[in-house]
Design a protein around this ligand. Structure first.
Ligand code: DC
Length: 221
């Protein structure tokens, strides 16, 4: 059985860069669990489904053909034969995904799909509930955090680099709103998993955070 390194935390806490770095260093498969919630949201939008109608999104999700595979060291999925990547980052998806991710039956499907990826090999999985729900028995659990201002600034820089026309204060507002939904939803809210190591990355470099995770993982081998 492969190992599963769980990296949870709020938006823009550095989970993606850290998880990709750790996966590359260990030769593990990188998994962005949020991408699957975004995939369900994207599919509903392109099928013309009202994303606030949980039953309709659920039906759309069940009527879709999902296939998972590994490409260049990362787990990816196809949605009725298409592999969305950039599409998952679109504003429409970004704004609707927290609602979709708060539907328990949708979470069940995503959690089971994520758990099945262990059949491909050892994983570094980033998300919100990886240490609490997806792989609660993993000895490798981390909770990444950073001050909200720092996270908003990171997200703002990311969006500007991606060519998006965003205002810094709007990014801050949207990040706070998402934090609020993620932390207060009834189904699997974002929280620090039992046994997880909390890392505050506000004034750490990416390399330091990756090293902190690697040290802990090697301690547990
Ligand atoms: O990490 P992200 O921004 O791509 O996540 C998209 C949404 O999915 C966000 O609202 C949080 C939610 N999510 C979740 O509830 N559980 C996960 N394991 C990953 C993401």
């Amino acid at each position: 059985m492969g190992k599963a390194i769980a990296i949870d935390g709020p938006s823009a806490s550095g989970k993606s860069s850290v998880s990709k770095g750790v996966a590359a260093a260990l030769g593990f498969i990188y998994v962005d669990s949020g991408a699957l919630y975004r995939g369900v949201t994207w599919q509903a939008i392109r099928k013309g489904v009202n994303v606030k109608d949980a039953a309709a999104v659920l039906e759309c999700m069940h009527n879709t053909d999902w296939d998972f595979f590994v490409q260049e060291g990362a787990a990816v999925f196809s949605v009725d034969g298409d592999v969305p990547v950039q599409e998952l980052r679109e504003k429409e998806v970004r704004e609707a995904v927290a609602h979709v991710a708060s539907v328990p039956e949708i979470r069940e499907f995503v959690v089971e799909s994520l758990q099945s990826l262990i059949n491909f090999g050892s994983l570094v999985m980033e998300g919100r509930d990886i240490g609490t729900v997806v792989f609660p028995d993993s000895p490798y659990k981390f909770y990444l955090d950073a001050d909200p201002e720092e996270r908003a600034m990171r997200r703002y820089r990311e969006l500007v680099t991606a060519g998006e026309d965003e205002k810094a204060h709007e990014v801050m507002e949207s990040l706070k709103k998402r934090d609020q939904i993620d932390a207060t939803r009834k189904a699997d809210p974002l929280k620090v998993a039992e046994g997880a190591q909390r890392i505050d990355s506000t004034s750490m470099t990416l390399e330091d955070v990756i090293q902190t995770v690697m040290d802990k993982v090697q301690e547990n081998v």
